[in-house]
Design a protein around this ligand. Structure first.
Ligand SMILES: [Zn+2]
Length: 98
């Protein structure tokens, strides 16, 4: 549950696994042991991102273990969860000036 300063990482919140066999982006502020971040760094597939929007722009899908903030906030209503996630993404894009 902490940001990292090793491999390619310099305190960024998100890290993508650039391995062609398991492309996905992880949220280091919500790290799950299933993410195996250390394994990604050791195999030098770590690609740091400051925002989730940037990782999505590079076509990295979300890791289901750590990028589930929308689900935690949703309170069990699937439709609300999905629209909340979309709003969050739109907000991040607007911050990037896209
Ligand atoms: Zn993850």
């Amino acid at each position: 549950m902490s940001r990292k300063y090793k491999g390619s990482l310099n305190g960024e919140r998100y890290v993508a696994n650039a391995s062609p066999y398991k492309r996905e982006v992880h949220d280091l502020d919500n790290e799950n042991r299933n993410c195996m971040i250390d394994e990604i760094i050791r195999s030098r597939h770590d690609k740091p991102y400051r925002t989730l929007a940037e990782a999505r722009r590079d076509d990295f899908p979300h890791c289901p273990f750590c990028c589930s903030a929308g689900r935690q906030l949703g309170g069990g209503n699937r439709f609300v969860e999905q629209s909340a996630g979309g709003d969050h993404f739109a907000t991040e894009l607007s911050l990037l000036g896209l």
